[in-house]
Design a protein around this ligand. Structure first.
Ligand code: SF4
Length: 137
């Protein structure tokens, strides 16, 4: 089955508007979205090679995993989203109750847009001022 979907490139903060043609779950064509009126910046990445490579990369993380072996051993078990969220919530609650909210720190590798704002809001609600990014925002 072949479908066309209006989407965007998320490789950098420009979020260029794009149209992806998907066939049997694979991106077979990636082009500028001329319908939405949203902007695009012509760059080498826009040709879609990188977007297709990312979506098809066998190492792409598509669901939560729990480490089952020693750190670095590479042993993982698939878990549900509910179990992942409960595990994280339990651990954060334990940290907060044992050491205080400031003991928690968050880092964002390269925030492109809203993720930094969301993380700031989360840290604020949690009670920690400790959020870091390599970018000067
Ligand atoms: S097409 Fe290029 S400029 Fe636009 S979001 Fe992707 S990487 Fe950034």
């Amino acid at each position: 089955m072949r479908t066309e979907t209006l989407t965007f490139c998320a490789l950098c903060g420009a979020y260029c508007a794009a149209k992806a043609t998907v066939e049997d779950g694979r991106i077979v064509k990636w082009e500028q979205d001329k319908q939405s009126g949203f902007h695009y910046l012509p760059c080498p990445s826009f040709k879609g090679r990188f977007n297709a490579e990312i979506s098809e990369n066998p190492d792409r993380l598509k669901y939560p995993l729990r480490r089952t072996g020693a750190r670095g051993e590479g042993k993982w078990q698939r878990i549900s989203w509910d179990e992942a969220l409960d595990t994280i919530a339990d651990k954060l609650t334990e940290i907060k109750e044992t050491y205080g909210p400031e003991y928690f720190a968050a880092g964002v590798g390269e925030p492109k847009h809203f993720e930094f704002v969301w993380l700031q809001r989360f840290c604020s609600a949690f009670g920690s001022p400790n959020i870091r990014t390599p970018l000067a925002l």
